[in-house]
Design a protein around this ligand. Structure first.
Ligand code: UD1
Ligand code: CA
Length: 462
């Protein structure tokens, strides 16, 4: 078997996206389009990979910091897909194996299809193998031209096609496989005499036919795989399609999705068996949800780790936090980065927690802000408690021990510490450390003016 090199074309602007973001960076399933293509290629274990970038190349490189810097090839001007391929082939020097060229905007091609294509190409001894598909509506794609005997004679772009050619429903998927030497010759022969004045990569098919080279084709049956993303509508279709696949996978693995159509699970998220997820839930990034969890609905989770048997009640936003078994959160709660909730914690409605750890069994049930706090176990945070962590310059920490009762409407002005078993009277502003086991009260003593109301009313009604 000859060695394999892979070229991915990603230098175009993606004009039809109408976006400041390079097309291949638009996310699909939470990851850039290009990441999907790279994944499919990695499975082929290629000797060399080259990604042609041009428009927005800095941004693209930054989005893939782990990529070998030598893999990027600059196409300084976008003169067409044929020119882009030539830039990559030049960068590969005297590479002798087969070269697979893919468009960076066809994100769901599977590694299985690609290796099937490679096998057909090599066993058939082809000089060129093209990926093709037959569509009920082929509009937008290049059409495959075949001679009387059925042999491929070329590819014509829609804009350059005659009426009769436009009626052809067999399309060019944008997948090309050829020995490097053949490709060099084919690319050198391209011209830009066409509607767009560009060097078209698909024209290598016409060159191959003129050379009477052996041209093979591999049919890609699944529309998910061959569709390219050229505009926002196609991106939305892809997203829906990918989401349906991901959702199906999790349902097969024992997860209940009450409304798959409104459940958004990123490709890297993981969910345990018997978890039940309600409508309008988003499990984004590297979110991990354990087994037997209940997510009631309208949950927005980004890079969150939930252990087993966690209950997220309606409408919660969780970002980069760790939640242990048996915890319940919400409704209407916000957990921000750096939050760790130990077992059986309860975070109730309108509670925000940031960069804090909350010990086992502790409860903050209503209307609180807990920021930069180390909270012990089995404590209770009364309604309306606020940790005042910011003095306009720096954030300060609050420490609260085990079995502490914080009365409602308490402010804890950080840095401050409350010892184990302490009680804080409702309505207190705590500015000094509270010793373990003490009662701290800071509110003004209550006074009564006997009979005051009758006098007041009499004065007012004069
Ligand atoms: C291309 C094919 C078309 C095929 C379709 C499949 C050409 C001329 N046409 O059309 O036959 O049916 O893909 O999806 O190739 N790019 C560069 N440099 C350039 C121009 C483009 O790197 O100078 C990259 C783009 O970033 C993109 C890919 O090449 O990732 C394809 O370009 P695009 O403009 O999307 O081609 P299509 O019109 O979709
Ligand atoms: Ca395209």
């Amino acid at each position: 078997m000859r060695g394999l090199g892979i070229i991915i074309l990603a230098a175009g602007q993606g004009k039809r996206m109408r976006s400041a973001v390079p097309k291949v960076l638009h996310p699909l399933g939470g990851r850039p389009l290009l990441a999907h293509v790279l994944d499919a290629c990695t499975g082929l274990d290629p000797e060399a990979v080259r990604v042609v970038v041009g428009h927005g190349d800095e941004r693209i490189r930054e989005a893939f910091p782990a990529m070998d810097p030598g893999a990027w090839v600059l196409q300084p001007q976008q003169l067409g897909t044929g020119h882009a391929a030539r830039c990559a082939v030049d960068a590969l020097g005297d590479f002798r194996g087969d070269l697979l060229i893919l468009n960076g905007d066809v994100p769901l091609l599977s590694c299985r299809s690609l290796s099937g294509m490679l096998a057909a190409h090599q066993s058939g001894g082809h000089d060129l193998t093209l990926g093709v598909a037959t569509l009920p509506d082929p509009s937008g794609y290049g059409r495959i031209l075949r001679g009387r005997g059925g042999d491929i004679t070329g590819v014509v772009e829609e804009r350059d096609a005659s009426e009769a050619q436009r009626a052809i429903r067999e399309i060019n998927v944008g997948l090309y496989l050829a020995p490097a030497d053949f490709l060099r010759a084919a690319l050198a022969a391209l011209d830009n005499r066409n509607h767009q004045g560009e060097y078209y990569l698909p024209d290598i098919a016409g060159f191959a036919a003129r050379m009477e080279a052996r041209i093979g084709s591999m049919t890609v049956d699944d529309p998910r795989e061959f569709r390219g993303v050229n505009n926002r509508e196609e991106l939305a279709w892809m997203e829906k399609t990918l989401q349906a696949d991901i959702n199906r996978k999790w349902m097969e693995r024992g997860v209940t999705l009450k409304d798959p159509d409104s459940t958004y699970i990123d490709a890297e998220a993981v969910i345990g068996e018997d978890t039940v997820i309600g409508p309008n839930s988003h499990l984004l990034g590297r979110t991990v949800v354990g087994a037997g969890c209940r997510i009631d609905g309208s949950a927005y989770l980004t890079d969150v780790r939930l252990a087993d048997a966690v209950h997220l009640r309606f409408s919660v936003v969780l970002d980069d936090c760790d939640v242990e078994e048996g915890v319940s959160i919400g409704p209407f709660a916000h957990l921000r980065p750096g939050t760790v909730l130990k077992r059986d914690v309860h975070i109730g409605n309108f509670v925000e927690v940031k960069n804090s750890s909350v010990g086992e069994g502790t409860k903050a049930s209503h209307l609180s802000y807990i920021g930069d706090t180390d909270l012990g176990r089995e404590s209770n945070i009364g309604a309306g408690t606020i940790t005042c962590n910011y003095d306009g310059f720096a954030k300060h920490r609050t420490t609260i021990g085990d079995r502490v009762q914080v009365g409602s409407d308490t402010q804890l002005v950080a840095p401050v510490a409350v010892g184990d078993d302490a009680y804080i009277g409702a309505g207190s502003t705590i500015t000094k450390d509270v010793p373990a086991g003490a009662l701290a009260v800071s509110r003004t003593p209550q006074q009564h003016m006997e009979g005051w109301v009758a006098g007041f009313r009499a004065r007012k009604s004069k």
